[in-house]
Design a protein around this ligand. Structure first.
Ligand SMILES: O=C(O)c1ccccc1NCC(=O)[C@H](O)[C@H](O)COP(=O)(O)O
Length: 259
């Protein structure tokens, strides 16, 4: 059983519980109507989705003491184009409260980073003020991904559609994903390789599809590599969560595009 299988098995339980207890519209969060697609596509600099992640299966504890609202404000002030909040509890030590706390204090798009397998999680993300949800190609059959994609889109949410290999990129294209996240991390082995972005980026027209390179971004050279492949955005977790000088970290990674 891979870690993704284990996470998805937990999600089945979480969804069953949500279906018992979640009252639609019970959360009244602030809404910020900004399209990540539009803002990232027109930016002349690499756009950054800065992630809030206390822990992860591959790295264990990363930053347990983080205050989501404070970190979110810092991310925005330092130049984040969006904020990703891991809301999975068992494997990442996140909560929906973390995302709401961030939503309350920032005016940039917020991604509910979780393992979505059911419409009810999309309803909850919307109610809590998310602008985007994540769909992972490896998590579900294509027909189910398409249903969830359509459902989220109808609610006015944007979708970060995550792929890791050629077959999944073909799925992204058939589904009509406008924002494709190429995860450089293999969720089965945890191996991180930026060549994954270089390989898969060739399969899409990056003037139409917004490419986000996810995982393993540490230094400027990493960002240059994925920018040359056509990525206009990067999703950065660990480097942000471990940084003790976020302004400098952002300045190093927000490289000009088109050079
Ligand atoms: O990060 C993990 O260990 C992990 C394990 C299983 C499923 C998902 C996982 N991570 C989610 C992510 O994709 C990353 O948090 C995100 O891309 C940021 O990566 P990084 O900048 O390397 O922290």
């Amino acid at each position: 059983m891979t870690i993704l299988d284990k996470i998805l098995a937990e999600k089945e339980k979480e969804v069953a519980e949500l279906k018992e207890n979640y009252v639609q519209g019970s959360i009244q969060a602030k809404r910020v109507n900004i399209s990540l697609y539009d803002s990232f596509m027109k930016s002349e600099k690499m756009s950054i989705i800065a992630e809030m992640k206390r822990a992860s299966p591959s790295k264990g504890l990363i930053n347990d003491g983080v205050e989501p609202a404070d970190q979110g404000q810092l991310y925005e002030a330092c130049g984040a184009g969006a904020i990703s909040v891991l809301t999975d509890q068992p494997f990442f030590k996140g909560t929906m409260r973390d995302m709401q706390d961030v939503r309350e204090v920032v005016n940039i798009p917020v991604l509910n980073k979780d393992f979505i397998i059911d419409e009810i999680q999309i309803d909850r993300a919307y109610d809590a003020g998310a602008n985007l949800i994540l769909l992972i190609a490896a998590a579900l059959p294509e027909a189910r991904l398409q249903q969830l994609y359509n459902y989220a889109e109808q609610k006015g949410l944007e979708i970060l559609f995550e792929v890791h290999n050629e077959e999944e990129m073909e799925t992204a294209k058939r589904i009509g994903a406008k924002i494709v996240g190429i995860n450089n991390r293999d969720l089965k082995t945890f191996h991180v390789d930026l060549a994954v972005t270089e390989r898969l980026a060739k399969m899409v027209d990056t003037d139409q599809t917004l490419l986000i390179s996810e995982s393993g971004m540490k230094v400027r050279e990493d960002v240059e590599r994925v920018a040359h492949s056509g990525a206009k955005g990067i999703l950065v977790g660990e480097t942000m969560m471990r940084s003790d000088d976020l302004k400098t970290t952002f300045d190093q990674l927000r490289i000009p595009l088109g050079e």
